[in-house]
Design a protein around this ligand. Structure first.
Ligand SMILES: [Fe+2]
Ligand SMILES: [Fe+2]
Length: 182
């Protein structure tokens, strides 16, 4: 793998790993504040970030050793309203800056497998952003978010609300690959 794409992959693994952990902590806080659907959303999205981290991790199986990861991490947790703001900022950063740049570079460097891993995350983060924005709106008004079953694709992390589709719109795997959070 070309060096710059490789460093981006290491960074993306770091970013997704931290997002997974942050969202798990945010879920605990949402439970405390009696927002069970917001907590469930954080748990489901944390699972999607775990899938993303795993996809990136497997792209790096040729490595052996310790490497520095430069990843944007949102720090300073607080109440659920603040946590949702941090989650939105993190997803927005990945959508606006991180993944588009990483995808451009991977394409330029002919790293097709890396490109696919970045693209799967990129497409999923847009779903996460929309769900978190809805949750923030509800919590701003003092109530939990109305939320149907959340489905997460075990292959690409794609996340959607409602029934699992016959085919994942991102990785094209069948509905048996989806895990439901309800
Ligand atoms: Fe995400
Ligand atoms: Fe998928």
């Amino acid at each position: 793998m070309k060096q710059i794409t490789e460093q981006h992959m290491i960074n993306a693994f770091g970013g997704e790993s931290m997002a997974n952990m942050r969202y798990r902590h945010f879920a605990v806080q949402a439970e405390k504040e009696k927002f069970p659907n917001v907590a469930r959303l954080f748990i489901a999205v944390a699972h999607a970030e775990y899938i993303h981290a795993g996809d990136h991790y497997r792209e790096l199986k040729h490595l052996d050793g310790g490497f520095v990861a430069n990843s944007m991490g949102a720090f300073g947790p607080g109440d659920t309203l603040k946590n949702l703001g941090l989650a939105i900022a993190g997803e927005q950063f990945e959508i606006d800056e991180m993944y588009p740049v990483y995808m451009e570079v991977a394409q330029f460097q002919g790293e097709n497998s890396a490109y696919r891993s970045f693209d799967w995350s990129y497409q999923t983060e847009k779903q996460h952003l929309a769900l978190f924005q809805r949750a923030k709106e509800a919590v701003t008004g003092g109530s939990d978010v109305n939320l149907d079953t959340i489905q997460v694709c075990e292959v690409c992390g794609y996340t959607l609300e409602g029934e699992a589709p016959d085919q994942c719109p991102v990785c094209k795997n069948g509905k048996e690959k989806f895990t439901a959070f309800d």
